[in-house]
Design a protein around this ligand. Structure first.
Ligand SMILES: [Zn+2]
Length: 417
């Protein structure tokens, strides 16, 4: 039987591979409340490169956490945002592949392939009523040609990558996600439908799909955009998915994957309502939120823990251009709002924690400070053993914050409230 991911799955990133147990503890707390969510440890090639970690270390840490806490349900390790060039090192240890084809979006597809595709989907031409969407979708051969022209090449590439992974580890042994989130413009529900039809015809058994949603998904801070518009598009996407599952015989558990960039609190309510209304499943990825809780735990511990957290900030401040550059499109740091390292060095534990912890209503919360530290994990990686040893020394305060953050601020509003 093919590996089939459960209805609710939660992507956790663990940059320094020290928080697996604390993360799993949050998921187990949700299980105690009656909600079954399975953990997926995701780490991208970019994160591995920035930190200098071995790809296999993610699997080792995940398996150790699962063993230590006696977790008997599934867990997965996600080769996050892979393509043909970087997938090889992941093949030994991953059972979830996020095939990223965003770069191929917009590269023109072969004209004959586009018209063959249009001929194969006559049901999409005209007025299409989809249950769950108030306005029927209206598409013409021309509009489908535009969408197919933009996305068909990307879907073909996804097929190529999928078949390559199959050739290495065998069909049915992994969960396939296709991601199109790291691109300029969001995909509308009609575009998503065309993309799903193309994916089905390409023979990719996708279980999760990550479109780009409307609005800004900056790293580590809340959603910026029109929440009502997001809610409508999210619900329309769910309706499109259940239509496509039936019509094109995609895997029955196909669900949306939200690459949240962590902490999109204001859309959690709309997402939960939509899931309740439709019975749909969800995969949601977070990553950097846990690394920031490590810093919070260090600061909360005081003494040399706080000292090291301040050192990370000073160095991040000094290197901010280089740190921000790879993340330029997904951060909005106001340099004026960044405190000087001198000022931060005078802060108490409480001041550091209040500025960093993601409580947008706290008067001392500083979103620019938080975003700079979010992208500053390279600094901690450079500290090497000094950083890792301090994680061990301050383990109690760190794991408390990691668990509480995931449970209270993420899992509860998404699945329990
Ligand atoms: Zn992503």
């Amino acid at each position: 039987m093919a590996l089939t991911i459960e209805k609710f799955s939660f992507g956790v990133g663990d940059r320094f591979a020290h928080q697996g147990k604390a993360q799993l503890a949050a998921i187990m707390k949700a299980a105690e409340q009656g909600v079954e969510i399975v953990p997926v440890w995701n780490k991208s090639n970019r994160e591995h490169q920035t930190i200098g970690s071995e790809v296999g270390s993610c699997r080792a840490a995940a398996d150790a956490a699962v063993r230590d806490l006696g977790w008997h349900k599934s867990h997965y390790v996600d080769a996050d945002h892979i393509n043909l060039k970087i997938v090889d090192p992941f093949l030994d240890s991953s059972d979830f592949y996020t095939i990223d084809v965003a770069d191929a979006i917009g590269s023109p597809a072969d004209e004959a392939a586009v018209s063959a595709f249009i001929d194969s989907v006559p049901e999409l031409v005209g007025t299409l009523t989809i249950s769950g969407i108030s306005e029927p979708l209206v598409m013409s051969r021309e509009s489908i040609a535009v969408t197919a022209g933009k996305y068909l090449k990307a879907v073909q590439l996804a097929g190529e990558i999928y078949r390559y992974i199959v050739s290495k580890i065998g069909a049915g042994n992994f969960v396939t996600e296709v991601s199109m989130d790291e691109t300029d413009s969001p995909q509308t529900p009609p575009e998503l439908l065309v993309i799903l039809a193309a994916i089905a015809k390409e023979g990719i058994p996708i279980q999760t799909i990550a479109p780009k949603f409307t609005g800004r998904f900056n790293k580590g801070v809340d959603y910026v955009g029109d929440v009502a518009q997001f809610e409508k598009e999210f619900e329309d996407d769910l309706a499109v998915i259940s239509y496509a599952v039936e019509r094109y015989r995609l895997p029955a558990n196909l669900k949306l994957s939200v690459h949240s960039g962590s902490d999109k609190f204001s859309i959690y309510g709309p997402i939960r309502r939509a899931l309740e209304k439709t019975g749909a499943g969800l995969h949601i990825k977070t990553a950097g939120t846990t690394w920031l809780e490590e810093l919070i735990g260090l600061a909360e511990a005081g003494g040399s823990g706080l000292g090291l957290a301040k050192e990370v900030y000073s160095q991040a401040f000094a290197n901010s251009d280089a740190l921000c550059q790879p993340y330029a499109t997904v951060i909005d740091i106001d340099p004026e709002k960044l405190p000087s390292p001198d000022e931060v060095n005078r802060w108490s534990s409480e001041q550091f924690v209040n500025a960093l912890r993601h409580d947008p209503n706290h008067p001392e919360f500083n979103a620019s400070f938080r975003q700079l530290l979010h992208v500053g994990y390279k600094i901690a990686a450079k500290l090497g053993d000094r950083y890792l040893q301090m994680l061990d020394e301050c383990e109690a305060s760190i794991s408390r914050n990691v668990t509480e953050n995931l449970y209270e601020r993420h899992l509860k509003p998404l699945f329990l409230d």
